[in-house]
Design a protein around this ligand. Structure first.
Ligand code: ATP
Ligand code: MG
Length: 275
């Protein structure tokens, strides 16, 4: 029950208290992740990481190879558990959840986008986007189809419902992956190098889409190596050797849509690496 339900309306109407700060989507408290702790050479992938992410933020996670970015994203995505420390997702302590509950939380609250898209090759775009709803259950066939088509239209693929991944460009495949990630309306969208396999123009188009979805309320945490990509986010967290070394707001994120208009027109036709 909403706690405010028991408060008389008139009492609410006359109070002018500042609104309570929104509850973080993500709260990490002293999170440690080690691999092979029982071996002679344990790896400390994350050391004492504490941070929170508020609803509506667009956060870039940066750092050199091996700094712990994917480890952090996997923990946020409940694909792995911390060795020590606490992770609360939408206020719920993830360590207290059973495996089944965790799987449910993943399906219900989280959306994933990966560098290599991870679409099922034999399924159409629409069937790929329907999968998270099938997994979660409780949505009938026609409604699944309707929601999948709506999500695909939202990422600019209204004409491509029936295409299989091999019949789509890399950028279009990544859009299908984003539609799939968003279709259950997750609290948090997690993206690991989402533009890593895309050329400059397609990468910018993808970033423009993420910025648009973020402006519409999506909370996004995106791992990237590239400063240009991170510049599109409203906040950048830098990792080095498993520690947060910098966590700064970016008051003036780069506008990916504008950057697109400034690209030379023939950019897509130019191979990045000519033989
Ligand atoms: N399953 C694992 N078993 C053992 N060590 C691991 C495992 N996964 C990651 N590591 C180690 O943990 C550290 C952090 O790895 P992580 O994959 O998080 O880095 P990253 O920042 O994502 O790097 P990249 O930019 O190359 O993707 C590295 O030293 C890595 O070798
Ligand atoms: Mg990685």
């Amino acid at each position: 029950m909403n706690v405010l339900d028991s408060v008389p309306r008139t009492a609410l109407a006359v109070t002018h208290e500042p609104a309570a700060p929104p509850r973080p989507v993500v709260e990490l408290d002293g999170v440690v992740k080690t691999y092979g702790e029982k071996t002679a050479n344990p790896v400390y992938a994350l050391r004492n990481v504490s941070l929170s992410v508020l609803p509506g933020e667009f956060v870039a996670v940066m750092g050199h190879s091996g700094s712990g970015k994917s480890t952090l994203l996997n923990l946020l995505g409940c694909l792995d558990r911390p060795t020590a420390g606490a992770y609360r997702l939408d206020g719920a302590d993830v360590a207290k959840l059973s495996r089944r509950q965790l799987a449910h939380v993943r399906a219900r609250k989280l959306g994933f986008v990966f560098q290599s898209f991870h679409l099922l090759p034999r399924l159409t775009a629409r069937a790929n986007v329907e999968l998270p709803m099938q997994y979660l259950g409780g949505v009938g066939r026609r409604e699944r189809r309707r929601r999948a088509e709506e999500a695909l239209a939202r990422v600019g693929l209204a004409e491509k419902f029936e295409r299989r991944p091999t019949e789509l460009s890399g950028g279009q495949q990544q859009r299908v992956a984003i539609a799939r990630a968003l279709v259950n309306r997750p609290s948090l969208l997690l993206a690991d190098e989402p533009t890593g396999n895309l050329d400059t123009r397609t990468g910018l188009e993808l970033l423009a889409l993420l910025q648009e979805l973020n402006a519409a309320g999506a909370t996004v945490v995106m791992v990237t190596h590239e400063a240009d990509v991170a510049a599109c986010a409203g906040r950048a967290i830098h990792l080095a050797d498993g520690r947060v070394t910098r966590d700064a707001r970016n008051g003036a994120p780069a506008d990916a849509k504008r950057a697109l208009t400034e690209l030379p027109p023939d950019n897509t036709e130019t191979p990045e690496h000519s033989a």
